[in-house]
Design a protein. Structure first.
Length: 646
């Protein structure tokens, strides 16, 4: 709904209205919220759409979406039943002196469209309550219905209609965790039959059918991915003689056409979701893991950036992007390439000799590129928590994966291609990252001063942060301090217009290299193809609703990230429940507004709410005892029983 409202604010072409949206558009037209001029629908000047801010004493502000205008004041008596976060169409109150005001015309969406509820006992009676608040939900069950269910039974709720959509399972079953985190954002794994029908209709790549594509099958491309990966977005080849790097990306846009069945589902998902035990793909697996995936020893359609490198300046002196056919020679995992760099892996055939030879030379270049990049951008210590799940759906173990030379090599190749892609257009989908606000920086500096750091404000944020990171290294707190620095920064997002990428230090940046798992990259591919073909009609078609699409994709990204984090929190909570009254090593990672810690023991990464502690300081190493666990809310409560220096 939010996407529809943004497009109606900016102007929505009749042919861009989906079947599901048509009923809403007709209803808004009948109520005169919107007008139709020729084939363009747009909000009447008297109406605005937005989300409702904090409600206080019966008043609130409406944050208008889709345009940069002042918030509208909703006065007492004009709120109706609206709540904070609700999606609203409001009627402007014209001629009213003072601040711009409005009254609510219609609530068109709840702050939380879907939620999860479960059955508890309260005062000897069963009750259906919201999972995160324990408040009764709008969807009600009769006493007979309640009694037919068990304590802990879990349900997906549609808050728009106030109905129970489905029973997900029972809170005692570890397998319900995945269903809970997906249900809150209405995510699903299965694809509809009509989507699968299209996905399975494509035939294997026949090079003779693509005479206009550049044939790169004789180049020894390779892919380098995690050992568990099945969707290979990118392949690389380095031509040392011509100092030219080829970054080949899966050509998803050849198969997924705008407004087609697969495209509609891909927009809805926008991102693949990666859980510890499996992935939930953006595209059907027939595409994501087979036909689009750049598998070895088969012909694959790709979109290739060919970049001539100036090894003196470490700049791309010229580049071009084009549709091609490649034939990857080898699929490596990161561990194999690291073993090769460490002298533990030898080439097994002539092809591998060629690949290892150019990877060796390419590593020298990407290492130098990183050094240059970090003079303006930031180097945050990257440690990724990996969780292993057993056959019963419980946490088995955790490991911390550090960035290795193979990761760094691929990362800088992809960064180059993404930078080059962003340089091709002035309006499209950019990945932007704005500088942190002075308020957030001051909070960061105060926190760090509290652990004994001397904060020397230098001529630039870059210099100040670099000095903080130097001190963190000396204190053995690199990862922890980097986490605080990242928290102080703005969240990266997608926008139609460029404003630079603060974290990377790039003037322009976009996402081009992962169209199998990110919808933003697919849009960039379509736009670059239109630009290559001088097809202004196609490029304007791609960009027609780009403002709404950028905002939607940014929101979907946050949803996918929340799902991944909350799933792991639920597994940690179940592990903690089996370890109540046991003690573990932990590190304090927050003291304001509440004391929190993270376990650094046989299991790593479990976040704790500290309910009893004395004079602990940020990043102090302690011993904690797990006291209790709230499985529905995935919260672990612990007591500090000993400090490291005790």
């Amino acid at each position: 709904m939010k996407s529809l409202l943004i497009r109606l604010t900016l102007g929505l072409n009749d042919q861009d209205i989906s079947t599901d949206e048509r009923a809403h558009v007709n209803a808004f037209l009948a109520k005169k919220y919107i007008t139709k001029k020729e084939n363009l629908y747009k909000f009447n000047s008297k109406y605005r759409a937005g989300t409702l801010g904090l409600v206080q004493k019966g008043t609130a502000y409406l944050h208008v979406i889709g345009e940069d205008v002042r918030d509208l004041f909703i006065g007492e008596g004009d709120l109706g039943t609206a709540k904070e976060g609700d999606l609203i169409i409001a009627q402007r109150l014209l001629g009213v002196r003072g601040k711009p005001s409005a009254k609510i015309a219609q609530i068109v969406g709840r702050a939380v469209s879907y939620s999860v509820a479960y059955i508890i006992t309260k005062d000897g009676k069963k009750s259906l309550v919201e999972l995160k608040t324990d408040y009764p939900v709008g969807a009600e069950l009769s006493e007979d219905e309640l009694n037919s269910y068990q304590i802990g039974d879990v349900f997906k709720i549609d808050n728009q209609e106030n109905i129970i959509m489905e029973k997900l399972g029972n809170m005692q079953d570890p397998y319900v965790d995945e269903k809970i985190v997906l249900a809150q954002f209405n995510k699903h794994d299965e694809f509809e039959p009509e989507v699968l029908e299209v996905a399975t209709s494509f035939k294997a790549v026949d090079a003779s059918k693509y005479p206009s594509r550049v044939d790169l099958r004789d180049l020894p491309f390779c892919t380098i991915d995690p050992v568990t990966a099945k969707d290979y977005d990118d392949a690389i080849y380095y031509d040392e003689k011509n100092t030219t790097l080829y970054v080949a990306i899966a050509d998803v846009s050849e198969y997924v056409k705008p407004f087609g069945t697969i495209d509609n589902e891909a927009i809805y998902r926008s991102f693949s979701i990666y859980l510890p035990h499996r992935s939930i793909p953006m595209l059907p697996r027939q595409l994501s893991e087979t036909l689009c995936s750049l598998q070895p020893h088969v012909d694959r359609l790709s979109f290739v950036f060919e970049m001539k490198l100036d090894l003196t300046t470490l700049e791309v002196s010229k580049s071009k992007v084009y549709e091609a056919i490649i034939h990857s020679n080898r699929r490596f995992n990161y561990e194999e390439i690291d073993d090769y760099f460490d002298g533990k892996l030898q080439a097994q055939n002539a092809n591998e000799v060629k690949i290892f030879d150019y990877l060796t030379k390419l590593r020298v270049i990407t290492d130098a590129l990183k050094v240059k990049r970090l003079k303006v951008g930031y180097d945050f210590r990257s440690t990724e928590l990996e969780m292993q799940i057993d056959e019963n759906g419980n946490l088995a173990s955790t490991t911390m994966a550090d960035e290795t030379p193979s990761h760094a090599l691929i990362e800088d190749c992809m960064l180059l291609a993404n930078k080059e892609a962003a340089a091709q257009f002035e309006r499209g989908i950019f990945r932007i990252h704005e500088p942190p606000s002075q308020t957030k920086l001051q909070i960061l500096y105060q926190e760090l001063a509290g652990i004994g750091m001397f904060i020397d404000i230098k001529n630039s944020i870059k210099e100040t942060i670099s000095d903080i990171q130097r001190q963190a290294r000396e204190m053995g707190l690199e990862s922890e301090v980097d986490t605080l620095i990242i928290r102080s920064q703005m969240q990266a997002r997608y926008t139609p217009l460029n404003s630079g990428h603060f974290g990377l230090g790039f003037e322009a940046y976009t996402h081009f290299t992962s169209p199998i798992r990110r919808y933003s990259d697919l849009i960039v591919h379509r736009l670059l193809k239109a630009i290559n073909n001088n097809d202004t009609q196609e490029s304007s078609y791609v960009l027609r609703n780009i403002e709404a699409l950028s905002m939607t994709i940014s929101e979907k990204e946050r949803e996918a990230s929340t799902i991944e984090v909350e799933f792991m929190a639920r597994k940690f909570a179940r592990w903690a429940e089996r370890n109540i009254n046991k003690t573990f090593k932990a590190r304090i990672n927050a003291t304001e507004p509440e004391v929190k810690a993270e376990i650094h023991d046989e299991i790593m990464g479990a976040r704790l709410n500290i309910i009893s502690s004395e004079n602990v300081v940020l990043f102090e190493d302690v011993e904690v005892r797990i006291e209790r666990v709230d499985i529905p809310k995935a919260k672990i409560y612990a007591t500090v029983i000993k400090k490291d220096d005790d």
